[in-house]
Structure formats: structure tokens, C-alpha cells
Design a protein around this ligand. Sequence first.
Ligand SMILES: *Cc1c(COP(=O)(O)O)cnc(C)c1O
Length: 426
Amino acid sequence: MEFHPETKCIQSGWAPKNGDPRILPIYQSTTFKYDTSAQMADLFDLKANGYFYTRLQNPTNDAVAAKIADLEGGVAGMLTSSGQAANFYAIFNICEAGDHFVSSASIYGGTYNLFAVTMKKLGIEVTFIDPDDSEETIEKAFRKNTKAFFGETIANPTCRVTDIKKFAGIAHKHGVPFIIDNTFATPILCRPFEFGADIVTHSTTKYMDGHAMTVGGAIVDSGNFDWEKYADKFPGLTQPDPSYHGLAYSKAFGKEAYIRKATAQLMRDFGSIQAPMNSFLLNIGLETLHLRMPRHCENALKIAKFLKSHPKVAWVNYAGLETDKYYELAKKQFNGGLPCGVMCFGIKGGREESIKFMDSLKLIAIVTHVADARSCVLHPASHTHRQLSDEQLLEAGIRPDLIRFSVGIENSEDLIADLAQALEKI
Ligand SMILES: *Cc1c(COP(=O)(O)O)cnc(C)c1O
């Protein structure tokens, strides 16, 4: 039986048997015991499914990954130590030196840097496109050696909304999967697989954890992309892997091939695992995700309206506002029509006034974080994105006066009062 998201948040992943702990246990063990050498050998050959070393798999992590996969409607999932690791693995699992991929330019600064600078050093090239460009223009970025298309459901920090159906259509026309970072929307507000996306990534550090306790990431595969159909393009998935006695993932694992490969190869070799203690905490966060997301949205809409009508505010980007460029798309794509609790805006007078305003806030804190229970602000041009050139900033759609505001789940009147007193000071 397919449960509703609220039930999945609570019940999915850990299914205790008779006499088992009611609550997901923390398997705080690096290793697992077997009776015979042959049993362990089968695990190393991927012939049997089981635990042997926590760098590859751990039962606590797997239960939480299964919950996230279930919420997204995917066939398999895995946890990583951070959102950065999730996005790196998601691309590196299908791209190698000499390959190319296409990405929206409107993405998280850390991901932009990973793609533009670090992946380039590995011989993997990226072409950034403007997500609002026509299909025709975007398609020009695709090449013979293009292996993936990447975007963010709601871009951090610009709050631009990706038309998932359009992006997935372009990817499929060119025989590559569409990978989408669904961190800001979460599966409570948007399930990208329903719009044709193939692979979803998350920084679980944000809404999923929800309390700013643990850094983490996740990858979920829909199981829908047909690797065998493009066998020559994705040899890593379809051809024998010499490090596993010639096993071919697509043949051995079918729909789970992508996640099984990412676990067996990338986790084995790079080791960006999530600590079981952290995934236990993440699981507690996930239990209330369905309660928190609507409240974040409700508060954000009230605040966006307040800011929009304030004479000292130059502009507000929040797709829940009827005047927003992405309003219609948000209505179609997001459960309840509202796009999470993050918005951005600028203060009249530009960069200096925006900074002064931020420094005058009392309840709303300046922190390098976003999407948790506590309201916070950040100035990307002088914080998260300060390593980007002005040209790159503009390419990513970030104005120098842009304030990213992550609306928490406090009382909205208290938040508005804090904003009002800070606006008064400028
Ligand atoms: C924060 C963030 C990341 C990076 O995640 P970490 O957990 O900080 O490594 C990736 N994508 C988006 C959209 C993010 O907001």
C-alpha cells in the first residue's frame, strides 16, 4: 500500500520485527560479524547483499536513505556525508575524464564551484545555461560527449524555479538523465520524478534535518533512466567493472544499478559516508518535515507580502507572490503552490544599505545556513559566493544587493516586527 507523505515521514525506512527496538537504532559499529569466510567473500563480490564495513553501508544510514527514497517515490537511495558529496557523486557516477555535462547556472555557489573548478581538474567539462532560456538555446549546449543535465528545483540563493518537465524533456531528447537538487522544495512540496526527473539529490543539512544539527546529503534514483538503451554512452554502468570481477551494474542490479554503483565504487573509494549518529538525528528531523514545510511556506508568504509593500524594499523574489515570474510554474509544480520558506530581496540604495539592514536585525540572525527552523539572513555577494567573480555572480543571477532570507517557523508577527525595526534604521 502506498502511504501518504505524512505517514512516510514517520513510518518509512525502519520496520521493526517482533521484539525489535521501536525506534531506529544507531548501529554505532564500523564492522559486522560473519560465521564463515565464504559469506564475507560473497559480500565483497556483491553476490550477496549485506553489511560488512560502514564506509560502504550501515543499517541506520540505509533505513534513513530508504525513507527519503520512499518520500521521493524512487527505487533506491543512499546517504552521503554532505550535499556537496551527493552532487559530486551524482555526476561522477556517470561522467569521467573527457566527458561533458550541462548545468543550470542558477545553482548553489558550492555546487557551481565544484562543477566549474574542481570537476574541470578531473577532466570533466560543464556548460552552464540560463534556465529561463528557450529550449532551442539550451539544447545548443549539448554535445556528443554530454552525459547529464543538472538543475535545482528552487535555486539557492536566487529562488528561481526550474521547470522540471521542460528540463527533463531536453535531457531525454539528448539521451541523458536529468539530475535535480531538490533541497529547497523537499519531497513534501515537490516530487521531481513526477515531472520526469531521473535522479534527485539533497543537502539533508537543510529542511530535512530542519534544526541545523547535522551536515548530510542524499541521492535517490527513480530507476526510470534506461542505461542499457545508451549502453555505449554509459560504459561505467553497462560494461564489466574490473574491480568487481567483471560485474556489470545494469545487468546485475537492473533499476538499482545507479545507486549500487555509487555505493560499491564511489563510497568505497572516496568514503564520504554519513555517520550513523548523524543519520539518526536526520531521521528525527524527517519525522516532522511534513509539519514544518507548510508552516515555513505560510510564514514566507506573509513576510514576502510585507516586504513587497514596504517603501524601503527595492524588490522581492518569492514565487508565492502573484507578481512573481515563477508564480504560475510554482502553482503547477509545488504541493500547495508555495515554494518553501526561502526568498530573496534587495534594499533600496543597494549593497551598503542591504548590509546595514542585516546588521540591524535582532531576532533574525546572520548565519551561513538556510532552511532550518530559525529565521536567518545571508548576503551571498559577501558570504557564500564571495569566491565568484562579478561576471560569475551575474551569470548565476545574483545581484550585489541580494539578501537571502530563510524564514523559520517562529511566529510571523515577531519576524515582521524585527524586519520593520531594522528597515526603520536605514
Ligand atoms: C547547502 C546546499 C548544498 C550543499 O550541501 P552541504 O550539505 O552544505 O554540503 C547543495 N545544494 C543546495 C541547494 C544547498 O542549499
